[in-house]
Write a protein that binds this ligand. Structure first.
Ligand SMILES: [Zn+2]
Length: 345
């Protein structure tokens, strides 16, 4: 079935009233009370342009998981079949939105989190030799809580431990061993011979799946934060915040997805805070991951890529001047990014 541009605008207006809906930050979804389960703010109707994954008027409840995959099904469940456009194609009208049935209905987004205890004897620190060596300043310790177990809990000797905080609660932690990769490798080779324990460079909490977490999520202020810079890890967030001096900037906030990809729960978490623009700031070597993430995000946000020209480098390696240059002159749309990466091959 085709929906003409005029019909589309009219439908969106009617649905907004019918559902008592508001538009999300990116203007690509209506957010409303779910007509199936009644939960408020969990029912999304996609009203953006068609993409590989998204068709206009697909609707999904993030609470009960019910989906409607076509406009007809959506209107039927609302008892508003009268709004369904006639199937006549108006040939003189542009056809911006074409509806196809979806192959697979999406699963429910699970954003439930439990509170996690930090390792016993964890105490916050405001100065630590390892973190000093990575450039931490007082502002960093102040904004990004980090601590150690003060040599009272030997399992955690030589680790710095960052709590992951969500709505003020500790919902996870990331621990980084303070030895260099070479020192750890050397120890572990010996350990294999002597039957000694092995050292893990990273040791994270296991209670909540990290696909449900974003580092520095509370830095995003609903109604104020317009743009989020997406990075891979905690040290990227700290480096960007320091080098772009974002501590007091509520419009632009750096967060981390704990790796080179974003989950549907993480997307949902950004969307519900009204974020409009996402700048992907993954490491220079993450070309395929960046392309994939850009296409995932495009259904919900304006997307740009902050392309680190040197594939060997991450945000910690760049000077403030170099980072400034990437953001001031080097932001690419996903299409521009794809083109430069093809040309470089
Ligand atoms: Zn529902």
């Amino acid at each position: 079935m085709y929906v003409t541009g005029k019909e589309y605008d009219l439908l969106v207006a009617e649905l907004r009233v019918e559902l008592g809906a508001r538009t999300d930050g990116g203007g690509k979804n209506l957010i409303a009370r779910c007509p199936f389960c009644g939960k408020d703010g969990k029912f999304g109707v996609y009203i953006g342009k068609e993409t590989v994954r998204k068709k206009p008027f697909m609707a999904h409840c993030f609470s009960c998981g019910r989906s409607t995959t076509t406009l007809g099904k959506l209107l039927e469940s609302l008892g508003r079949m009268d709004l369904l456009p006639t199937e006549t194609v108006a040939f003189d009208e542009p056809l911006p939105n074409v509806l196809f049935p979806l192959e697979d209905a999406e699963d429910e987004v699970d954003d439930e989190l439990g509170i996690v205890s930090l390792p016993e004897y964890w105490r916050r620190t405001f100065t630590h030799p390892y973190l000093q060596s990575r450039g931490f300043t007082y502002d960093d310790y102040d904004r990004f809580p980090v601590g150690t177990t003060c040599r009272l809990n030997h399992r955690w000797d030589d680790y710095v431990i960052f709590p992951v905080i969500d709505a003020g609660d500790t919902v996870g932690y990331v621990a980084r061993h303070t030895w260099s990769k070479e020192e750890i490798d050397l120890h572990n080779r010996g350990a294999a011979r002597n039957g000694d324990y092995k050292i893990l460079r990273w040791r994270n909490s296991t209670e909540n799946d990290f696909v449900k977490l974003l580092y520095h999520y509370d830095g995003i202020v609903e109604g104020e934060t317009d743009t989020v810079i997406l990075t891979e890890g905690i040290f990227d967030v700290v480096a960007l915040t320091r080098k772009l001096d974002l501590y007091d900037n509520r419009h632009i906030v750096a967060v981390a997805t704990f790796g080179k990809k974003i989950s549907r729960t993480q997307i949902y978490k950004l969307q519900t805070k009204g974020v409009r623009t996402v700048v992907i700031g993954y490491d220079g070597d993450a070309v395929e991951a960046v392309k994939h993430t850009a296409s995932e995000l495009s259904a919900y946000f304006e997307v740009f890529v902050a392309d680190i020209p040197d594939p060997e480098k991450d945000w910690e390696d760049l000077t403030a001047e170099e980072i400034y240059r990437v953001f001031a002159y080097g932001l690419k749309t996903p299409v521009e990014y794809q083109l430069t990466k093809i040309q470089q091959k």
